[in-house]
Design a binder for this molecule. Structure first.
Ligand code: SAM
Ligand code: SF4
Length: 473
């Protein structure tokens, strides 16, 4: 057992709902806390202990400029302590935009007659993956609307096809999925296909509010969605990703609920989510959305810092929905994964087209930098871009994914693997300028390792330079 389960009003049982909206509001409806209490909680988090709901509510209610600054500094320190300077890179690949659900906020919603519906053919899928590999991508997330065409077998077939596409030294080594919730047996099909993480975002955790956004289709069933990742766990799929779509309801409630969901998975399966996502609503085809719950940049940065402190071990994903300047700032408060070179209109990686037509994508993205630009800029900021896929390929998943709780894990595994995958990227894809910055970063990061590891990593880099690929610890 990694963490001891918490006791809340609804006792956690596998595959049973666990959100008590009144309980969450009871925690939130307290006064601004003292600086002393905020300090205490940040200290707890810096000792890498996950926070409970009461403590998260305290951080949320700490809304003076000084206390917010304290929280952001705490998150920055924790991120350095737990993750070092690594940032893992991935790309989303939209496979199908048909959708039987009517989610008010989404360009793919069934009632949107302007949406251009498309499903990639097998050849188009291969072309997209080839283009992604030619850019240096190694980790993908396949994204689907919810439609009978996108059955678990169909998705599993796509996964197998994708793993088999090899272009030059390029290959995809980890495929995550964002698709409709499944039954246990269907999740088994996903696991057999060799997927990494399965993501299902609850969108809003408030049961009543949820109804107002999900007008028809299977997604109207709040509880079926809420318990979906329990079913994944039952199927042995132990890397799961949760998320909330910020802007549907009060961000403070959603933040608490994400932590409650984490507690639930820990209580029932001894392992929290592998990742948490926190997309904000962006413009989409035919979207006419009120701004009652709009989350401004200031609160968005705050909520990410609080989340970092609340769940020190969980990966946090920030996508290209957000603009460049904000991504650069927010990464520092604890984001561990970002997408790079993102295109969300179906079929546009191979055609090298820009995202321009809202009717062709799910929503508007705001950071259209190429992967190579992003890597260059991360290196400028002394970050270490990583394409590492070692843990899941070596079975270090779920409960066995002890990554951050084992002392020395980062120095033994994560930093060396980040260095090796960056070295591969430089050899195969980087321009001269980025390559120079990359080798400098590699030297700097090697110097942080112990002597034996330095020797080992240098040996592997020599092998990479002589053409060997896919070396990891
Ligand atoms: N159809 C599946 C589902 O709904 O679970 C797959 C997910 S959907 C293609 C990916 C995610 O995008 C959704 O879960 C939602 O959180 C997010 N999303 C939908 N509309 C959005 C918008 N207008 N702006 C930003 N994110 C949006
Ligand atoms: Fe369909 Fe997902 Fe969009 Fe809802 S969020 S309309 S289920 S693609």
């Amino acid at each position: 057992m990694i963490f001891s389960p918490q006791t809340y009003r609804i006792a956690d049982k596998p595959m049973e709902p666990f959100i008590d909206a009144d309980e969450i509001w009871d925690y939130l409806n307290t006064k601004t806390p003292t600086a002393e209490r905020v300090h205490e909680i940040i200290e707890k988090s810096l000792s890498k202990k996950r926070l409970n709901l009461e403590e998260v509510a305290v951080l949320i209610n700490a809304d003076t400029t000084e206390l917010i600054q304290l929280i952001k500094e705490g998150a920055r320190t924790l991120k350095k302590k737990v993750y070092g300077n690594r940032i893992v890179l991935f790309a989303p690949l939209y496979v199908g935009s048909k959708c039987a659900n009517n989610c008010v906020y989404c360009g793919f919603r069934s009632s949107n007659t302007h949406a251009v519906r498309k499903t990639l053919s097998e050849q188009e899928l291969i072309d997209e993956i080839t283009a992604l590999e030619e850019n240096g991508q190694k980790r993908l997330i396949l994204v689907y609307g919810e439609h009978s065409d996108y059955s678990p077998e169909y998705i599993a077939d796509n996964v197998r096809t994708a793993y088999n596409v090899k272009k030059g030294n390029g290959e995809i080594r980890r495929i995550n999925i964002n698709a409709a919730p499944m039954e246990i047996e269907e999740f088994r099909t996903m696991k057999k296909a060799g997927i990494g993480t399965f993501q299902v975002f609850q969108e809003t955790y408030h049961p009543e509010i949820y109804k107002t956004y999900h007008l028809s289709g299977k997604k109207t069933d709040y509880e079926y969605r809420l318990t979906s990742l329990d079913r994944a766990q039952e199927a042995g799929l132990d890397d799961v990703g949760i998320g909330a779509l910020f802007g549907l309801y009060d961000w403070r409630f959603e933040l608490m609920a994400l932590v409650r969901h984490t507690n639930h998975l820990e209580a029932c399966y001894n392992v929290g989510p592998h990742t948490i996502s926190f997309p904000r609503i962006k413009d989409a085809s035919g979207l006419n959305f009120g701004d009652k719950y709009f989350v401004n940049d200031h609160d968005f940065a705050r909520l990410i810092a609080i989340l970092r402190l609340a769940v020190p071990y969980t990966g946090l994903i920030l996508t290209a929905r957000e603009p460049e300047h904000l991504r650069d700032e927010i990464i520092q408060y604890g984001v561990s994964q970002i997408d790079g070179g993102t295109k969300i209109e179906l079929g546009t990686y191979a055609k090298q087209e820009k995202n321009v037509d809202l009717d062709k994508g799910q929503f508007k993205i705001n950071d259209d930098r190429s992967l190579s630009q992003i890597i260059d800029e991360l290196l400028e900021q002394e970050m270490l871009p990583s394409f590492c896929t070692a843990c899941y390929r070596l079975g270090r998943t779920g409960e066995h994914f002890m990554e951050f709780s084992v002392p020395g894990f980062i120095k033994r595994f994560c930093t060396p693997n980040a260095i090796l995958t960056l070295a591969e990227y430089i050899e195969d894809y980087a321009n001269k300028e980025t390559a120079e910055k990359g080798w400098l970063a590699i030297d700097k990061n090697i110097a942080t390792l112990d002597e034996e590891m330095q020797h080992s990593v240098k040996g592997k880099i020599e092998k990479i330079k002589s053409g060997v690929r896919d070396l990891y610890y």
